[in-house]
Ligand binder design. Structure first.
Ligand SMILES: C[S@@+](CC[C@H](N)C(=O)[O-])C[C@H]1O[C@@H](n2cnc3c(N)ncnc32)[C@H](O)[C@@H]1O
Length: 240
């Protein structure tokens, strides 16, 4: 096997991941919304090797009548998705957004102030204040790898979805591809982990196992750039 820096840093990243609390991660997300957005675009391009168009298509297609946006951030991506849906003539939906960082949540509240059907709450993805079977769809965009308690968060997303409801997610993988892109992505990830805005990238098989363990069935999965993209479903009584 070819040894590279990516492999060398994995155990340290995992140790680091275990050490972070939800409060520490939320504190790392205290930047001004405009700086967060600019930085996010850079990370999306060079660490995720993804694009806004790709994300809008993935997440924009998964908005049911009652929708939950977990780790919504400042709502920049969500706003783009809603514009895209309006342009496509897709129906308006009721949206609840949650995030654990007050600064991010404040950005989202300001962005959507006065818009009907939009509600934002402070909540930890691993312990959400909703009844079971409450939502038709859940999206978690660019955030699974930012959560300290991934399994608990996946179980929560499963709990609040109605049977047959769908979850769309993308997860940052350990950098792949050719030099210099792999090395650039690795450096950005190392910086993100030091700063506290990234907990850890994942192996595709690890995420897959966690998703299945939470009780979901996989409808669609694809690796694109350094991201693992999934659309999964909460089983119904007949599909269980
Ligand atoms: C990279 S940002 C993604 C934001 C947004 N979904 C987007 O795509 O622009 C990750 C988000 O996860 C949030 N977050 C981190 N830990 C969280 C937790 N335990 N519960 C809820 N949100 C959390 C952060 O505050 C941040 O807004």
């Amino acid at each position: 096997m070819h040894w590279n820096k990516t492999m060398a840093t994995k155990p340290d990243e995992r140790k680091h991941a275990e050490a972070k609390s939800a409060e520490e991660i939320a504190a790392a997300y205290k930047s001004e919304p405009w700086w967060y957005d600019l930085r996010g675009f850079f990370i999306l391009t060079f660490a995720y090797n993804s694009s806004l168009t790709r994300q809008i298509r993935l997440f924009g297609a998964n908005l049911g009548t009652r929708h939950l946006e977990v780790a919504c951030g400042t709502g920049t991506l969500l706003e783009m998705i809603l514009r895209w849906r309006a342009w496509k003539g897709l129906p308006r939906v009721d949206i609840v957004g949650v995030d654990y960082a007050e600064a991010m949540l404040a950005g989202a509240m300001k962005r959507f102030r006065g818009q009907a059907g939009m509600r934002f709450l402070h909540a930890d993805a691993a312990a959400m204040p909703f009844e079971g079977d409450a939502f038709d769809t859940v999206n978690i965009a660019n955030a699974i790898h930012c959560l300290p308690q991934v399994n608990a968060a996946l179980q929560e997303m499963h709990r609040v979805l109605k049977p047959g409801g769908t979850l769309a997610a993308n997860v940052l993988l350990y950098p792949r591809g050719r030099w210099p892109w792999r090395s650039i992505a690795q450096r950005i990830n190392d910086w993100g982990i030091r700063k506290g805005i990234l907990v850890t990238p994942y192996e595709e098989s690890d995420v897959r196992n966690r998703i299945l363990k939470a009780g979901f069935e996989i409808l669609r999965e694809e690796v694109s750039g350094n991201c693992y993209e999934l659309v999964v479903r909460k089983k119904t009584a007949t599909s269980a």
